[in-house]
Design a protein around this ligand. Structure first.
Ligand code: SAM
Length: 238
């Protein structure tokens, strides 16, 4: 996380159990295990200092891991040839790089509020020559009406909860529900739409989207936690 992400750091401190952020795109579970074995980090926290009374820490990632990206593009979404994918809140760019490698999408567009993360993503696009299919914009999704009206696949991985205030979250969801309306286009959310909207007491507009079934019983190696995959939901715009 960036030092400038004070609101998100604060939100994490408000969680019920002590929580650490380990970015799932940058560190696999195996790497975290090695760091724990070396003593560089811990999966537990002390309940009563100096004793053996410890409890597991909660871990949170603000990015999809590589195996989640592989699952998303190879098992959840259809062939994306000729399609435009938009990742709302593209952060490190994980979804964009995953889409570049694991799909045939023609355009992969990232929208990101943080200027520092936009700079980082543009450095990566330049360094690894990915700019032929990927573009990143420093923009609030709520300013992107024209783009959203023409988007085929919209990806929203827990975009708002830690990063903007509830009143702004409500405004952003309403904007998306009014704007992302192209018939047959796909929406991927983590967690489910129901869970995100219920928390904000925003009703899901009837007739906007239908949920499509996803086969979660795919083996992607022992590093993949099926519980994380089950958080990925797919919808189609009516
Ligand atoms: C959980 S991260 C998503 C990371 C990435 N999409 C992935 O799956 O790996 C959420 C990101 O959304 C950004 N964000 C939050 N609200 C936004 C908004 N209204 N418009 C654009 N970006 C936003 C935050 O700055 C943060 O970097």
């Amino acid at each position: 996380m960036l030092p400038s992400e004070t609101a998100a750091q604060h939100k994490m401190q408000l969680r019920e159990k002590p929580t650490v952020h380990v970015d799932g795109f940058l560190y696999s579970d195996e790497q975290v295990d090695s760091l724990c074995e070396e003593g560089a980090m811990s999966r537990n926290y002390c309940l009563s200092c100096g004793s053996f009374k410890t409890a597991p820490l909660d871990f949170i990632s603000h990015s999809f891991s590589v195996s989640e990206l592989q699952f998303l593009f190879q098992n959840v979404l259809p062939d994306l040839s000729g399609r435009t994918v938009v990742d709302v809140g593209s952060r490190l760019g994980a979804v964009l790089y995953g889409g570049y490698v694991y799909s045939s999408a023609s355009r992969l567009i990232g929208l990101e509020l943080s200027e520092d993360f936009v700079r980082l993503q543009n450095d990566i696009l330049h360094k690894y020559r990915l700019a032929d299919r990927i573009q990143v914009f420093h923009a609030n999704v709520c300013t992107q009406q024209v783009l959203l009206q023409d988007t085929d696949v919209l990806i929203m991985n827990n975009v708002f909860e830690y990063f903007i205030e509830p009143s702004e979250q409500i405004g952003a969801w309403k904007f998306i529900m009014q704007t992302f309306r192209k018939r047959g286009s796909l929406l991927v959310t983590v967690p489910s739409l129901q869970e995100s909207l219920d928390a904000l007491q925003v009703p899901l507009p009837p007739g906007w989207v239908e949920e499509l079934s996803v086969d979660y019983n795919v083996y992607l190696g022992r590093d993949t936690d099926p519980e994380y995959l089950r958080q990925i939901h797919l919808y189609r715009v009516f």
